[in-house]
Design a protein. Structure first.
Ligand SMILES: Nc1ncnc2c1ncn2[C@@H]1O[C@H](COP(=O)(O)OP(=O)(O)O)[C@@H](O)[C@H]1O
Ligand SMILES: [Mg+2]
Lengths: 482, 247
């Protein structure tokens, strides 16, 4: 009964709404990568000497590493000499001192994305760090946060202003040589956000970074470091988008989270990079290393992600549960359509006693897309009474797409309890017809069924994000039924 | 309200309906009976706009409009309701969510504003109670893990909430025990009105004991081969369909 499957596929073919290009003056390095480029980059950023050493060490290590085996993904080799490693909007000074110094075109670009930066329009209750290509262009509510001792600033600023924190924590979760992209990122990262929540402070507002790739032929290598000191709490949101371009663009970020004793971090992502067109041309290659170290006892990290964009996504937000009684959670919705490929999942490494992890993964594939869940639950000998619950559900829309699940489990501690459940279902023609017979349009029917499927994850998102995520899913699936 | 003229329908190369005629006026109840595989569900599906059926001849007018021109969801919003023979399950979508979305889609089509949340809850609770269903069903995923009888009752709940004009019930009585049958019949009777019509597909007289039809039709070999009043159903119960088909 292919008539309806074609309809479903049409419904999924929506246009990318964030695909506009902002026309601004930019300082962009010529393409290519070598030690001189890295030295130049470090100099442009006014970095202390230790950072240059750190970068060069990473670069030398990276050169010895083979590029990764592409798991379940089909990908053309990337030529790292064809990428520019730095692009920054030209501004009057080296860095904009206030919002007035920011190119109005950039402010306008963020406004179009629904992230107004101008003082009078700022989102209530959310502090935003806006990263445009390689640099942070604005951070809102900085002073208000400073009053309670919270540091929220571009990481390039933190490197200059808080070198001791950087030396102590940078690469303490994701070592420089951890993997190919982490090494590359350590060598060339340009900006990103830095967060430090002092002891006992509950961050008074949501912190958010919005990443925007604008320039062509540039890679975005951002670096995020969040430290939650003892007994503190923060909720952090990450959003992103990019113009619609024919060539592929590389996004290789590293995110490190550290929670000390009894601290909690809630990290939410709505990833909407340009996915490429229907023939698979263009789109962002999204290779991200995200890892949390629950270093202190009774600490907790929750990752929640809604992945709708990118041509290729390759990411496994992970938790190293070092502290006793620490808790790691991973809630994920990954939507792939057309020729998109996603290989995503998580790693939960249980080291401390009574550590607990929960994994809820919802994969939706439509068109000819491939969606892979790859997860590892590892329980070390020391992790007495460790517990894990994993649930992986796949939803197929149409019959040309695929869903794959690879749950790996390694247990070295006999008291561990590991549970795994997996389901695969399909939006059937009968379901669609039933909804239509009740008066719903096919688009609304698909969106309702998909939202129902994702509910367990959406309820973990902060309110504003949950609404955005639902709307985004609606868009991703718009046009898939006639 | 509904005029079906010389309707011919194929599924693939197979002819299923071969010149079917039927007129239904507002306020009437029509029972359609007939052997398995005669095309009763096919007729229900074609009326409600399911794809996969090839209409090769004839016409259907509904409230003076060409029904076959309308997409399925427009037919629904215009008041055509099908209680399915085999209701589907939808994981993750609660009954109450579906009901609200459906009701609002229909209201929007009629130019009405969205239903007020409190009014909606009051309404849906009273209808649930009338069908002797536990309120918990409202917050469960549509038909997921429901018994056969609960699924059928759920169809009637949807019908009661959406207040359609033309209600098509495809073997709603099959698989119901006698208590459930009475509840469903009461639900249907409560909806009877002079501007609403029913087409009830059934195999059994027992449903018609509770819901008295104005007309009974026998569908066999793709056509209505005999029509009569309520007494025809009794005759069929006694003699089966054989004597008609041979005639
Ligand atoms: N999708 C289909 N593909 C092929 N044959 C079908 C399909 N749907 C119905 N039929 C056939 O059409 C005939 C009528 O079916 P149906 O309308 O379900 O009968 P009834 O509801 O009267 O028992 C049967 O012979 C059935 O096998
Ligand atoms: Mg049938």
């Amino acid at each position: 009964m292919s008539a309806n499957n074609d309809e479903i596929n049409n419904l999924l073919n929506q246009d990318y709404k964030q695909g506009f290009v902002t026309d601004i003056q930019a300082d962009t390095f010529p393409v290519g990568l070598n030690e001189e480029v890295i030295a130049k980059l470090s100099k442009v950023k006014n970095e202390p000497e230790f950072m240059l050493e750190y970068r060069l060490k990473a670069f030398r290590h990276w050169q010895t590493m083979p590029s990764p085996d592409w798991a379940q993904l089909n990908i053309d080799p990337i030529d790292y000499q064809e990428i520019s490693y730095y692009s920054a909007p030209k501004s009057k000074e080296n860095a904009p001192k206030s919002l007035d110094d920011i190119d109005p075109e950039i402010l306008d670009a963020y406004k179009k994305l629904g992230i107004p930066l101008a003082e009078q329009e700022q989102l209530a209750g959310i502090a935003v760090d806006a990263v445009f290509d390689s640099v942070s262009v604005a951070t809102t509510f900085k002073h208000k946060l400073q009053e309670v001792g919270v540091i929220f600033c571009p990481i390039s600023e933190a490197i200059r202003e808080y070198p001791e924190l950087i030396k102590q924590y940078l690469s303490s979760v994701v070592p420089v040589g951890d993997n190919f992209f982490a090494a590359l990122n350590s060598a060339v990262f340009t900006d990103g956000s830095f967060v430090y929540i002092p002891k006992g402070v509950r961050c008074p507002m949501e912190l958010s970074t919005y990443f925007r790739i604008n320039a062509s032929n540039t890679g975005q290598f951002e670096r995020t470091l969040i430290i939650a000191d003892e007994g503190s709490y923060v909720s952090y949101l990450e959003g992103c988008s990019a113009p619609q371009r024919d060539e592929n663009q590389l996004h290789a970020a590293v995110v490190e989270l550290v929670t000390l004793k009894e601290a909690r971090i809630k990290y939410s992502t709505v990833q909407n990079w340009y996915p490429g067109d229907k023939e698979g041309k263009g789109g962002i290659y999204n290779f991200v290393t995200k890892r949390a170290d629950c270093r202190g006892d009774n600490s907790k990290v929750s990752w929640t992600q809604v992945e709708t964009g990118s041509a290729i996504t390759w990411k496994y937000p992970s938790c190293v549960l070092t502290g006793d009684n620490s808790v790691g959670e991973f809630y994920s919705v990954a939507v792939t359509n057309n020729l998109q490929q996603a290989d995503t999942g998580t790693k939960m490494i249980h080291i401390g006693k009574n550590t607990k992890s929960t994994i809820i993964s919802k994969g939706i594939s439509a068109g000819k897309a491939q969606n892979t869940y790859r997860g590892l639950v590892k329980v070390l000998k020391s992790a007495e009474n460790a517990r894990n619950y994993t649930q992986c559900d796949s939803l197929l829309v149409g019959d040309k797409c695929g869903a794959h699940t690879f749950p790996y489990v390694e247990v070295k501690q006999p008291t561990a309890q590991i549970e795994h459940e997996a389901t695969t279902s399909k939006i059937s023609e009968d379901q669609l017809f039933f909804c239509q017979q009740r008066g719903l349009s096919p688009e609304d029917a698909v969106s309702m069924i998909v939202n129902g499927f994702c509910k367990q994850v959406f309820k973990e998102l902060p309110m504003e994000f949950a609404v955005e995520a639902q709307a985004l899913l609606g868009l991703s699936l718009e046009g898939s039924v006639g | 309200m509904l005029k079906i003229k010389d309707l011919a329908v194929n599924v693939g190369a197979k002819e299923i309906l071969k010149g079917l005629n039927l007129n239904v006026n507002a306020g009437e109840i029509h029972a359609i009976m007939g052997p398995n595989g005669a095309g009763k569900s096919t007729l229900s599906h074609v009326l409600s706009g399911k794809s996969g059926y090839d209409v090769t001849g004839g016409s259907i007018t509904y409230n003076e409009k060409d029904l076959l021109e309308m997409p399925a969801e427009i037919r629904a919003r215009e008041g055509v309701f099908l209680a399915f023979q085999y209701p589907v399950e939808i994981a993750g979508v609660t009954n109450v969510y579906l009901l609200k979305a459906a009701l609002n889609a229909i209201r929007k089509h009629k130019g009405l504003s969205e239903v007020d949340a409190m009014d909606f809850l009051t309404l849906v609770k009273s209808k649930t109670k009338a069908l002797d269903m536990d309120e918990k069903f409202l917050y469960r995923a549509v038909n997921e893990g429901f018994s056969g009888g609960e699924k059928k009752r759920n169809e009637i709940l949807q019908m009661a909430m959406l207040e359609p004009q033309l209600c098509i019930l495809d073997e709603t009585d099959s698989g119901l025990d006698i208590d459930a049958l009475r509840i469903v019949a009461d639900g249907v009777n409560a909806l009877r009105s002079e501007n609403r019509a029913f087409i009830m597909v059934t195999h059994y007289q027992r449903l018609l004991d509770y819901i008295k039809p104005d007309f009974v039709h026998v569908l066999a070999d793709g056509k209505i081969i005999k029509s009569g009043g309520a007494e025809l159903a009794l005759e069929l119960e006694e003699k089966g369909y054989g004597w008609l088909e041979q005639a």
